[in-house]
Write a protein that binds this ligand. Structure first.
Ligand SMILES: Cc1cc2nc3c(=O)[nH]c(=O)nc-3n(C[C@H](O)[C@H](O)[C@H](O)COP(=O)(O)O)c2cc1C
Length: 315
């Protein structure tokens, strides 16, 4: 029996035992999933996005099944940075229930550079958070994409955050609808991003045909799941070729992974790691299945390491 292939990932200095990452907002504050997430199959958990002040988010309904995926408009509901660090992170086991503990990545959202910097600086000072992800692409708040669509604004934000967090690994999460995703990605990388998460949900609308009202209280929501997967694969490929490969910056492919084959596609497009969101709602234990499938695929490809297949799509 040949050795098991190496699926570990070096994510900008952060060593992950598995390439599978639980995506922001799909594991709450992280400790909620300790009992169910398969320990060895998950490489890291990203918290829901945390803001400087608490946010109630949108009224119900704020999540629904849309057939080919799910629609959500949570509206960044969260307890705020102080309660997150003081209560949620302190009281929850937050990955520590696993041996070895699963690294936690703190997701940050805000409506100004100062708001992002305050939360990011607090996260960088917190030893239980191994990295920071900037959510600049939330479709469900009035100001959620003010940075994600504008290369100059994003560059200034990333530079300000970088200055406040020293060498903490910094992931920047891109929007699927950025008018010029390559310039956006380049701006993030040039000003201090250590990795790119591609991508957030796609703005979408579902209507109740009896009441004729939007099914989500917010009106519009963000689409996730299988429907968006090929869009995310395309975006990963574009950014990999134009920005990430030349700069040697890793990409986390995120969007619609339900099966190991979807994860393998992301890797071939250029991803070093793969996020899981909607799939965790369907089956929180799916990472074990996807991890096994990936390992068998790497072996069939004749590779010793998953990392050797990153970007390996034949033209
Ligand atoms: C219920 C729900 C809540 C989410 N909350 C956040 C969030 O707080 N911050 C964020 O950056 N992304 C959030 N997302 C987006 C996911 O992290 C991910 O980008 C998206 O769902 C696409 O991946 P998927 O198709 O695997 O679900 C959320 C998604 C869902 C479904």
């Amino acid at each position: 029996m040949p050795d098991a292939p190496d699926l570990s990932v070096d994510l900008a200095g952060l060593r992950l035992a598995s390439p599978l990452i639980a995506a922001a907002g799909t594991c709450g504050y992280a400790h909620e999933f300790d009992a169910v997430l398969p320990a060895r199959a998950i490489g890291a958990i990203v918290t829901k996005s945390i803001t400087r002040e608490p946010r109630a988010g949108n009224r119900p309904w704020r999540i629904l099944d849309s057939g080919a995926g799910m629609l959500n408009a949570i509206g960044l509901a969260n307890v705020g940075v102080e309660a997150f660090l003081g209560e949620k992170l302190a009281n929850g086991r937050a990955g520590a229930g696993h041996a070895p503990p699963v690294p936690l990545i703190g997701s940050v959202a805000g409506d100004s550079i100062d708001a992002y910097v305050r939360v990011a600086a607090a996260f960088a000072a917190e030893p239980r958070l191994a990295a920071i992800e900037l959510n600049v692409s939330c479709p469900n708040t009035a100001d959620g994409r003010q940075f994600g669509d504008d290369p100059a604004a994003l560059g200034d934000l990333v530079a300000a955050v970088r200055a406040a967090i020293a060498d903490t690994p910094l992931l920047v999460k891109l929007s699927p609808l950025a008018p010029d995703p390559i310039r956006i990605a380049a701006a993030a990388v040039e000003r201090g991003a250590s990795a790119l998460t591609i991508m957030n949900t796609v703005p979408a609308l579902a209507i109740d045909v009896e009441s004729r009202r939007p099914r989500l209280s917010n009106g519009m929501g963000g689409l996730s799941g299988p429907a968006i997967h090929p869009m995310a694969v395309r975006l990963v490929r574009l950014v990999y070729e134009a920005v990430a490969r030349p700069a040697s910056v890793p990409i986390i492919g995120l969007g619609g992974v339900m099966h190991w084959r979807d994860a393998a596609e992301f890797v071939l497009a250029g991803a070093s790691a793969v996020g899981l969101g909607t799939a965790l709602f369907v089956d929180p234990r799916c990472p074990a299945r996807i991890h096994r499938g990936l390992a068998a695929w790497v072996r069939r490809q004749g590779a010793a390491r998953l990392a050797d297949l990153t970007g390996g799509m034949e033209a």
